[in-house]
Write a new protein. Structure first.
Length: 286
């Protein structure tokens, strides 16, 4: 079990009304992991809404790279509180600069018409897929030194990538990827924490799906990747104490950008969330 609790990432310090501070985890990337800002910003927005209201969507833009060695301050603006919906705008700040914006919408739970079009992809169950942490440890010499030193911060979410070796081989593949994910330590029963944790995990391995048709490995030293924007919709209550399947696809890349879409299913095949992201995907002279 991990000594680092996933839930602790979303335990924000209240500076004053509408202003919160979150501590950072250094995952060994070039900059602060975008998933951290997604999850913490959503947690900050939750601090300002009535208890019965549940997040159903958020839209974000990443403006500047974050520093994983420093905390992040979240400034929450109350945009609107209606009878059914609430809107919040969250600004993430480091060193006095805005590094990220989120607009989030919350709703009082209601009954309504229901359908689900996509079916869950047919993939091996999580018990038959190797944990990414085990894969990283077996391929220790292939990952960057900063990430080797930060492996403990990758343990709180048990990520299991189907055919994980594809990420490290410069061979062309279809632009699809499937990963199983689950909290390694039991999360509290609060839906807000599970949603924040899923927002955090939704940034794992996402944009790099756009690399697969090009035969470029995520470890390529000439590669520069960064998230530009990220959107997420919650369709059903989320429970990250149970296995969820993250099905990703990249419909397009071009102009030094990649576009990815994701659908998140329970093991029973229920669609619980959808995601979309566009990011910088550029090769430079190494």
């Amino acid at each position: 079990m991990s000594d680092i609790k996933l839930s602790s990432l979303f335990e924000l310090e209240t500076i004053e009304a509408g202003l919160y501070r979150g501590q950072s985890w250094d995952l060994g990337f070039r900059a602060l992991f975008g998933g951290q800002v997604l999850g913490q910003a959503l947690a900050a927005a939750y601090e300002t809404v009535d208890e019965e209201r549940v997040a159903h969507s958020f839209h974000t833009y990443f403006l500047l790279p974050g520093d994983a060695q420093k905390p992040v301050v979240y400034d929450v603006e109350i945009v609107r509180d209606g009878r059914s919906f609430s809107a919040r705008r969250v600004k993430a700040i480091q060193d006095g600069r805005n590094i990220f914006y989120m607009t989030a919408s919350f709703q009082v739970p209601q009954e309504g018409m229901h359908h689900q079009q996509p079916t869950m992809p047919d993939v091996p169950p999580p018990e038959e897929v190797q944990s990414d942490i085990d894969f990283y440890q077996e391929n220790f010499n292939k990952i960057a030194r900063p990430m080797r030193e930060a492996l403990s911060y990758h343990k709180p979410v048990d990520i299991r990538t189907v055919n994980a070796a594809n990420s490290y081989q410069p061979v062309k593949h279809e632009p699809t990827r499937y990963i199983w994910m689950k909290a390694r330590d039991t999360l509290s029963g609060s839906l807000s924490v599970h949603q924040a944790a899923l927002a955090y995990a939704s940034d794992y391995h996402f944009l790099s799906t756009s690399l697969q048709p090009h035969g470029v490995a995520v470890t390529d030293k000439s590669l520069r990747m960064a998230t530009i924007d990220h959107a997420m919709w919650f369709h059903r209550p989320v429970n990250l104490n149970e296995w969820l399947l993250y099905a990703m696809e990249s419909p397009f890349s071009g102009g030094a950008r990649g576009l990815v879409r994701g659908q998140i299913f329970t093991q029973q095949g229920e669609l619980v969330a959808s995601t979309t992201q566009e990011g910088l995907m550029r090769q430079v002279d190494s």
